[in-house]
Structures are given as C-alpha cells and as structure tokens.
Design a protein around this ligand. Structure first.
Ligand code: KG4
Ligand code: ZN
Length: 358
C-alpha cells in the first residue's frame, strides 16, 4: 500500500467503512482520517435479548444477518459518500461471540473484495480505547481502564498502537457483575444503567467487601462481591427483614468504583502515564466517571472519557483503531477468520508480521 492510496488521497485522509457485530449491536460507520466521524449507525438488539435476561448468541447472529446490509447502506448514505470513495473496510475480528463476529466479517470481506480495497481486521478493545481519539488528542505513555460487559482490563500504551495488558479480571467482567446484580434486583437486561441510577439515589450504602487481591496486583475480581450482594438479598428474605435496594446498589457500586479507581491511579503513576483513558460500556457509569474525575483532578492527571454514544459498542471506534493499521500500511488477508479470543497485545502495530503487510 503506498502513501497516497488508490484514490490519490493522502494516507491520513482516507475513508474507512467499519463494521462492528461482536455482540448485540449491529453497527457500521464511515470515518475520515481516523478521527472525523461522517456516520455511525447503530442498531441495538437489546429489546430482543431483554426477554431472555441476556444476550442469546444464536439470536444475536440471526439479527446481525437481518440488518447488516441495511446498516451498511445507511452508513454510506448518511456519510454522503459513494461506495467508490471508500479506501478500506475495517471489521471487528474479535473478541466477541464467534457467530456474531462472523456476520460482520463476511459482509466486510464481500465489500472489500467488490471494491478492491484493503480489509482491516480490528480488535474490539483497541476500538474501545481509540474511541477516545475521535474526540480527544491522545498522548503517550498512557493507561487505559477498559470496563465493559465482557472485559475489565488495565492497558498500558507506551506508544500509539502498542498495547500491554497489566491487569485483567480473574472472573466476572465489571459490566457482567453489574448485569447480574441488576437481575437479582429485578431489573431488565442490561441492568448496569439501572443499578447506577439506583445507587445515586441512595442516602447510605450497605458495606460490602473489596477484592484487592495481592498487594502488587493490577488484576480484578468481582465474583465475590456479586456473591455478597446475592447473600445479603437472600439473608434479608429468609429473616423477613426489609432490605433497601438503593443502599445495596450504592454499596455494590462503591466497592466496584473504589477498586477500579485505586488500581487505575496506581498504574498511572507506576508507568508515568500522561493520560488516563476510560472506555467501554461501563464508562457510561455516572459514579465511576465522577470518582475518577475527582481523583484525576486531585492528582493532576488528564482524564479522557468518550461521550456516552462512543462508550458502548459502535463501529466508529473500530474505524479509529483500524486507522492505525491503515496509516502504517498493515492490513489483513481476505481469509481473515473470526477470533473470539483475539489477543490485544498481538494486535499491536509492532507485533504485525511482514507476511501480511501489503
Ligand atoms: O462495551 P459494551 O457496550 O459491550 C461490551 O463490549 O461488553 O458494554 C455493555 C455493558 C453492559 O454490561 C451494561 O450493563 C454496562 O456496559 N453499562 C453500565 C452502564 N451503562 C452500560 N454499567 C454500569 N453503569 C452504567 N451506567
Ligand atoms: Zn464492547
């Protein structure tokens, strides 16, 4: 791939059409130069999965199949471009639900082949992190706290596109814990926003444990906390005692937030980070945003958080991450496979093997 690309545009002005189908959102976006969002169309399947209390993989795949073509067409139409102007097609390769990923990958391959443009397999978490670049200037070294329904990770980036995971959850992801606690409080899926709202309405909190793990560890664990919440509910039921759900929600939220904030700030100082990035669906949590902002202000650490619409799954963030690969001339082969366990570190720019560089 040369500097000016097939349309004669400079590398940094390219139009990437990106597709995201890793879980329960079908999304397509057109982004110019990795930062200018021309369209970002998102079709949520939440209403369908709600009745089952969580995402049903087979239904997710079927729904993606039903809507992917329309969503892609709408993304192109809203961007005000023609298909022929697209310079590359990016798609989430993993992690995610294999059947769901496959739908996006097949659509992306078809389009890339038809247009004769490069295909860029993209890491979902790199997308969440680089959602920040759509609205902020990113500098390095930086630390990203990734909090979503499937992930809880602390990632150090010494340079652009270089990812090192220093901590991860040993059991439930934070969003998953939120959803399970919400379910026990009778909230519909996804319950995170309900617990957040309820917690903010409480005057007091129920004391619950914090899982710090070993003193030096950046890892997380939320299953013990989730069990403590369920035990409190069951005990109250058995004893016939009233239990204030708002106090419980606040106790849960405070425990989660304290551990996330402490470990993130420790990582920032240990790695000399110039910025802390918060990303993933749980970055929409009001309590977490406020607590991190307070600590960052106090310790003079710039905190970047994408706007709400870019925190949850969307294709614009996939284009933002794919742009890094585009700008360094890296793209995928047309036999790209869905990889539910795709490694973030292996997706780093420096880890790219010359065999797949065009
Ligand atoms: O990143 P995302 O859209 O999908 C994944 O890649 O997992 O994250 C979805 C997760 C769900 O677990 C949802 O409950 C949680 O983000 N979430 C929240 C809030 N908004 C969304 N959790 C806590 N507080 C919120 N306000
Ligand atoms: Zn996500």
């Amino acid at each position: 791939m040369d500097g000016a690309g097939r349309t004669g545009k400079m590398k940094q002005d390219e139009l990437i059409l990106a597709i995201e189908t890793s879980c329960d959102e079908t999304s397509a976006a057109v982004v110019r130069g990795g930062v200018e969002v021309l369209s970002n169309v998102i079709s949520s399947q939440i209403e369908t999965h709600k009745q089952f209390g969580g995402v049903v993989p087979e239904i997710a795949s079927r729904k993606h199949v039903e809507s992917i073509t329309l969503i892609m067409e709408e993304a192109v139409r809203k961007a005000g471009i023609t298909l022929q102007q697209i310079d590359a097609v990016a798609v989430t390769q993993g992690p995610g639900l294999v059947g769901a990923l496959l739908v996006g990958i097949v659509a992306a391959k078809g389009l890339a082949m038809a247009l004769g443009v490069p295909l860029i397999g993209t890491h979902h978490i790199a997308g969440h992190i680089y959602a920040n670049k759509l609205v902020h200037t990113m500098v390095y070294p930086s630390v990203a706290l990734v909090v979503s329904g499937g992930h809880t990770e602390l990632v150090v980036m010494e340079r652009e596109g270089e990812f090192k995971i220093i901590g991860r959850t040993r059991d439930d992801a934070v969003g998953e814990a939120y959803d399970k606690v919400a379910r026990s409080l009778q909230f519909p899926y996804p319950g995170g926003p309900h617990v957040d709202k309820l917690a903010q309405s409480a005057a007091e909190s129920l004391p619950l444990p914090r899982a710090w793990l070993e003193p030096e560890s950046y890892d997380f664990s939320f299953s013990g906390l989730k069990s403590a919440v369920l035990a409190a509910i069951n005990q109250a039921k058995m004893k016939g005692q009233p239990l204030d759900p708002a106090m419980l929600a606040r106790g849960f939220q405070e425990s989660v937030i304290e551990v996330l904030v402490e470990k993130a700030m420790r990582a920032v100082h240990a790695y000399g980070a110039q910025q802390l990035l918060l990303c993933g669906g749980v970055a929409a949590n009001g309590g977490l945003r406020a607590a991190l902002q307070q600590r960052c202000d106090k310790e003079q650490v710039p905190l970047l958080i994408p706007p709400l619409g870019l925190c949850t799954d969307n294709a614009a963030m996939i284009a933002a991450a794919a742009h890094l690969k585009w700008a360094s001339g890296q793209h995928s082969e047309l036999d790209l496979k869905a990889d539910p366990g795709l490694s973030l570190e292996a997706w780093s720019l420096s880890a790219h093997t010359s065999a797949s560089v065009s």
